[in-house]
Design a protein. Structure first.
Length: 287
């Protein structure tokens, strides 16, 4: 720590952070993390960091950056350290009760918004809502829709409720387990879900910042049933009188298995949508 405080210019601290972070992250990600730390703890956006690189940082600010770095080097996700993440330009509180919102999920939301114009009344349910980023961002752009969400985790629902209030957004959150055979879906126009889909066998492939900190209940499924949540949601949706459109976020490796499941279920109106990385990450089903 003495080394950090002895040279307390913005430029020196940026270089120090980047160099240390490159023991875990690549150079580009290390630099982006360092910029976000400066924005959060010093209220300096990227352009200001560059323009004011010779200015000095106070000792208290140096200590804040140091302790954030210490947590980062233990693989704790940046978003949990800051306490928030942005999703479709909205700010969402996050902690270890919820998954960190990711860019591919923004694409899932955009697919729904593209299909359904604002003047069409829609009833939408998000299954396994976590931080609430999906239903809240949809409701924000489609205020006339009736939007609700369920999750089995009380901790996640508390975060989602907070995010709904902070973003001045009326979403109904309910504690419910979609795997509960007694739970029946209400009549809906759209179902959306980013369910657990990573087999436990893949745990060793996961980065430590995910494996050691993000909630396993929202990530993993039993190796013998990787499609467990997809099967359950589709089965329950098929029982509805008015057949909804379903949007799933999926693992790219599950395309063939999901195709077999849908074909066996007599569903032929479905399509896989590629994300910006050209990976099959979204499944749209019209029952």
């Amino acid at each position: 720590m003495n080394q950090i405080i002895s040279d307390n210019s913005i430029q020196a601290m940026m270089s120090y952070l980047e160099n240390k972070l490159q023991s875990i992250y690549d150079a580009r990600e290390s630099r982006n993390i360092a910029f976000r730390l400066f924005e959060h703890y010093l209220s300096l956006p990227k352009a200001e960091v560059i323009l004011r690189k010779s200015e000095r940082i106070s000792e208290s600010q140096m200590l804040q950056l140091h302790f954030a770095l210490k947590r980062l080097l233990q693989h704790e996700p940046l978003q949990y350290i800051l306490g928030y993440e942005y999703f479709r330009s909205l700010k969402f509180k996050v902690d270890s009760n919820v998954l960190i919102p990711r860019p591919e999920t923004e694409e899932l939301v955009q697919c729904i918004l593209n299909e359904f114009p604002n003047n069409v009344p829609i009833k939408l349910l998000d299954i396994g809502t976590g931080s609430g980023c999906i239903p809240i961002s949809i409701k924000k752009e489609r205020p006339t829709w009736k939007v609700s969400a369920i999750d089995v985790s009380e901790g996640a629902l508390a975060i989602a409720e907070f995010n709904s209030a902070e973003n001045h957004c009326e979403v109904t959150f309910i504690k419910q387990d979609i795997l509960n055979n007694d739970y029946q879906l209400p009549e809906l126009d759209v179902i959306v879900s980013n369910p657990p889909y990573i087999p436990f066998a893949d745990k060793e492939k996961m980065r430590k910042n995910v494996m050691d900190y993000e909630p396993h209940i929202a990530l993993f499924v039993d190796d013998s049933e990787p499609l467990l949540f997809y099967k359950k949601i589709i089965s329950k949706a098929q029982k509805l009188v008015f057949k909804p459109t379903i949007y799933f976020e999926i693992h790219e490796d599950l395309k063939s298995q999901l195709s077999e499941l849908l074909d066996a279920s007599g569903i032929d109106n479905y399509s896989f949508i590629k994300d910006l990385q050209e990976k099959n990450r979204i499944l749209r089903i019209k029952l």
